[in-house]
Design a protein around this ligand. Sequence first.
Ligand code: ADP
Length: 569
Amino acid sequence: AEPYSAQSQQAALDALHRYFGYDSFRTGQAGLVDAILAGRDVLGVMPTGAGKSICYQIPATLLPDLTIVISPLISLMRDQVDALNDLGIPAAYINTTQDMDEQGMVLAQAARGDVKLLYVAPERLETERMRSFAARVPISLITVDEAHCVSQWGQDFRSSYLGIGEFIAALPSCPTVAAFTATATQHVRRDIVALLNLQHPQVTVTGFDRPNLFFDILRMPTNTKNVWIANYVIDHADESGIVYCATRKETEALAGLLSERGVPAVAYHGGMSAQNRNDAQRAFVTDAAPVVVATNAFGMGIDKSNVRYVIHHNMPESIEAYYQEAGRAGRDGEPSRCTLLWNDSDIVTRRRLLDMDSQNDRMSEDEREVVRLSHRRLLDAMIGYCRTTECLHAYMTRYFADPDAAQSAPPQDESSHAAADNQTSNDPAPAKPNGCGNCANCLSTFATIDVTDIARSISRCVHDLNQSFGMGKIVAVLRGSKTQDLLARHLDSCPSYGVLEQVPQARVRDVLNQMTTDGFLTVSEGRLPVVHFGPRAAATASSDFHYEIKRVERPAAVGGRTGQVKQSG
Ligand code: ADP
């Protein structure tokens, strides 16, 4: 009823002020808090740093009984619990670092009502002790943090999350359930609602745009990446930053290189001992080491607000992963920079990893295929991000609004593809009229290159080769390669053999990749990836087909408000 709602809104604001010292809720927070207080299940999808925790912490202080927070990481729990206790909100956690006696003490405190928030890992819910505790102690709210871990459609699937729904269903009281995540495509969202059995949940998705982040994509050969990163880090030695690498080996090599060159950097990856990881994390959080060079094992639950840059050494496997990692920059709202370094070999690596991923599991072949397809879609959108000439903020925003539509080119791009206009080859395209001014694409000028003939030849070659060869073979055939393998298979007799002899290999590859991004071709996974026709393939045969690629003419006068970046030599 109205009066109750107004009252609880005021109470929530008071609590926000009293405990956290903030005057107002941020976008999305008030609605979620109100819904929870009114006893309604919720799903909050908010980017990292948007303030998800407060959405359940405030209700937890106001609700009569216990709030259980299910959270995947011990380090995250400890930090949150410490922070809450500092603020005067009684909180505790149960995890494997405690012995049975300690756990018993915490549970007894919670049973007495001396703890408002109890943090537990999902694995704990399966223990008899936790089940009997939950059966006798009244619970007002169950919060599921990082709720996307319940879905196999995302990339952080954890089987222990699958037990949460059952745990909740077995509770004698019917607590409100609040799920939160920073990453959720529609598939993942649907899974969360279904698998946690949320009842008519209020789903709140808040703006994913982070206007203070400067997004930048730099395409460069693998062997220049470390030099570029080292230069950047040295130029910004007084700033805190994260460099994400794809492999453990890379993190150690790069951290070593940076330290050698005078910037204290620590490596962080899943292969390190818990102690070493803890030390590295602490060094970074306390600014003893301004830079951490890490695999994607680093970051969940790390609350460091003054990270000024996040550099990706390789292309991540999805926009979700990228956004979550890059989003660790600038949580304090200050201008910060997110740079993604990539090249075509990253795509090859990612496709290979993706295929390996879907091999080792107890899934049936059908399930595996579903997972493979979904991961491939995630990767395709990531590749689209790397190749787009559109505003990067706009690309992201559209992706999170509707992931399936993100790759389709925006209207103005479409027209430049289609029009046989008077722009001659290599003419710089005019700067974007409505640029955000805070991403590399909006600050760059692009050269438009007519590649219609190349694209046609590629299509013909895919046809000649019966859609049964990979990119390497297609490029080799088109360029008239004379390798043994090719001649042995008589591929030199196909009509498109050698028709692009004069075109540099890199250009052919580039157009091929772009055609995959644009849906003219697709690449199947497998030990030997094969190029097939995509949904738009027929268009290449039409007489008014026109195809262009855009390349950065002059690198953006980068830095935005975060300072100039030197191009490495
Ligand atoms: P998330 O879990 O969504 O990544 P957090 O809950 O860790 O984000 O919040 C990020 C930061 O924003 C924290 O430092 C938090 O105190 C701050 N914050 C959250 N809500 C507000 C608010 N209403 N006003 C000001 N700061 C807030």
